[in-house]
Design a protein around this ligand. Structure first.
Ligand code: NAD
Length: 497
């Protein structure tokens, strides 16, 4: 199937993928697959006004009815899973199974949000005054701007949008300029759900295409109370303060530098499998990719030898081919950055295994994943490089392992492999991992949608997806109702007139 046939199968017309100003390249072979039309900055005020109009109508639709739209979206995604997964593979370079997995994640969050639409619960609260009742009500907040990264080109949109829609908020989506086609294919699917739903307001979910300046038009708009932004810490450092400065609510999902502690008691066979998947899956381009391995000195040499052997047989190549486990990096710039970080690690005393160019489709950037034994947690190790580099460091005491673990600026995902209950529980305790996600005997990547997703420190502090992340898309109102014939004041204050 040609690249264009993949796009046509996903419902994109030739007119939509030609004649525009934004060139889209496939990381598979570097070929230009489309030229799409960008949203003009001058059009943004009208887009924002449409979202506000949609909000006025959507906020009064009963939440379970709003959930029906999300249920239909889940049905349409099920029907279009293969076609959308193929566009993810084409545009983000994910292997087939991971492209499909990303769509499955969208289906899962739709199921979750549909149920949630009947569970937007508030509390009832005991009042200190006789004849009074207190309660908490959750109301829709307003339009939500969703800015997404290239590496999860549709799943992150769905985490936000499924929740925002049941919470009563319209969405304006600005996907990565590297992956607008996946977003356009996704909107075709959403439009089918919308047509079946019937009476949703116009402009409920809008797509805007372009680079940072289009994102900034959302970031600076006071009419958009929520900005959910996923991407680099560099981007979050710009977006977060700007949203805060105009009293908006930022939900930031930024870079990670995720680690695994491997204790002497660990099941090493299981650890090796978990390490390989989480370090090289998606060619190391997940925010939750494993980047640091902190291994007890007594087992370090053995574990590194096992990993080097496992890495040697990993199939790198065309992500569409059966059996491929590692596809391309997103572009050449990403490959160049990987090489320069490996060079830097060498200069800091690191020993590099692998990491060179790999065979693949001509025109793409295919690399062998790297394992780098480091003498210390240097600045290079403390930096997130969005490529398959795994730094390995040894430790003697558990306290030392914890200090290394938490000694980075990022705080997304983390894990420990141990059979020692004290170590496992300490890792999960208040004195343990400082990350938003902390696991035992399972790798740091591949989260399920049922839990809240996000991290601390430079990862931005936002939470999306499951648990009570929905509260980030609503405004909380505290209500006091007086059903007595008196007007007592709280705290016993007297104010007789
Ligand atoms: P990026 O920061 O280059 O771009 C992300 C998005 O932000 C794009 O849509 C981009 O156009 C937009 N953007 C950039 N500058 C902006 C600005 N000044 N104002 C508004 N929008 C702006 O990131 P990327 O290379 O696409 O993605 C990789 C990064 O994303 C990695 O650091 C990875 O860890 C992170 N990521 C985090 C999560 C998470 O949930 N924590 C998930 C996926 C990716």
């Amino acid at each position: 199937m040609s690249h264009q046939d993949v796009l046509r199968a996903a419902g994109l017309t030739d007119g939509e993928i030609t004649g525009g100003t934004l060139a889209v390249r496939s990381p598979i072979d570097g070929a230009e697959v489309a030229r799409v039309t960008e949203t003009a900055p001058a059009d943004m005020p009208a887009v924002i006004a449409r979202a506000q109009d949609a909000f006025r109508a959507w906020r009064t639709v009963p939440a379970p009815r709003r959930g029906e739209l999300v249920r239909l979206l889940g049905e349409e995604l099920r029907a279009a899973k293969d076609e959308l997964g193929a566009v993810v593979t084409l545009e983000a370079g994910k292997i087939v199974s991971e492209g499909l997995g990303e769509v499955q994640e969208m289906i899962d969050i739709c199921d979750f949000a549909t149920g949630l639409s009947r569970q937007l619960y508030g509390l009832t609260i005991a009042s200190e005054r006789p004849g009074h009742r207190m309660m908490e009500t959750w109301h829709p907040m307003g339009p939500c701007g969703v800015i997404t990264a290239f590496n999860f080109p549709v799943a992150v949109w769905s985490w936000n949008t499924a929740l925002a829609l049941v919470c009563g908020d319209p969405v304006i989506w600005k996907p990565s300029e590297k992956t607008p086609l996946t977003a356009m294919a996704c909107m075709k699917i959403f439009d089918r759900a919308l047509a079946r739903f019937g009476d949703a307001p116009e402009g409920l979910v809008q797509l805007v295409v372009g680079g940072p300046e289009i994102g900034e038009a959302l970031v600076d708009a006071p009419e958009i109370p929520i900005i959910s932004a996923t991407g680099s810490t560099r981007m979050g450092g710009i977006v977060g303060p700007r949203v805060a400065a105009r009293w908006g609510r930022p939900i930031l999902e930024l870079g990670g530098n995720n680690a695994m502690i491997v204790a002497p008691s660990a099941d090493l066979e299981m650890a090796v499998r978990a390490i390989v998947f989480s370090a090289v899956g998606t060619a190391g381009q997940r925010c939750t990719s494993l980047r640091r391995l902190i291994v007890h000195s007594s087992i370090k040499d053995d574990l590194v030898a096992k990993l080097v052997k496992a890495y040697d047989s990993l199939p790198v190549g065309d992500p569409r081919a059966d059996g491929t486990l590692i596809g391309p990096l997103i572009d050449q710039a990403s490959g160049d950055r990987m090489q320069s970080m490996l060079e830097q690690a060498r200069s800091e005393g690191g020993t590099v295994h692998g990491g060179g160019a790999a065979g693949g489709v001509s025109g793409g950037t295919y690399v062998k994943p790297a394992i780098v034994e480091m003498p210390a947690q240097t600045e290079t190790v403390r930096t997130e490089t969005f490529a398959p580099i795994l730094y390995v460091m040894g430790y003697e005491t558990f306290d030392e392992a914890m200090a290394l673990h938490n000694g980075v600026p990022q705080g997304l995902s983390s894990c420990i492999f141990t059979m020692n209950m004290r170590e496992a529980e300490t890792f999960l305790s208040a004195a343990g991992s400082d990350c938003g996600i902390a696991n035992v005997n399972i790798g740091p990547s591949g989260a399920e949608i049922g839990g809240a997703f996000g991290g601390e420190k430079e990862t931005g502090g936002g939470r999306e997806s499951g648990s009570d992340a929905w509260k980030g898309y609503m405004r909380r109102q505290t209500n006091t109702i007086n059903y007595s014939a008196e007007l007592p004041l709280a705290q016993g204050v007297k104010f007789d007139i």
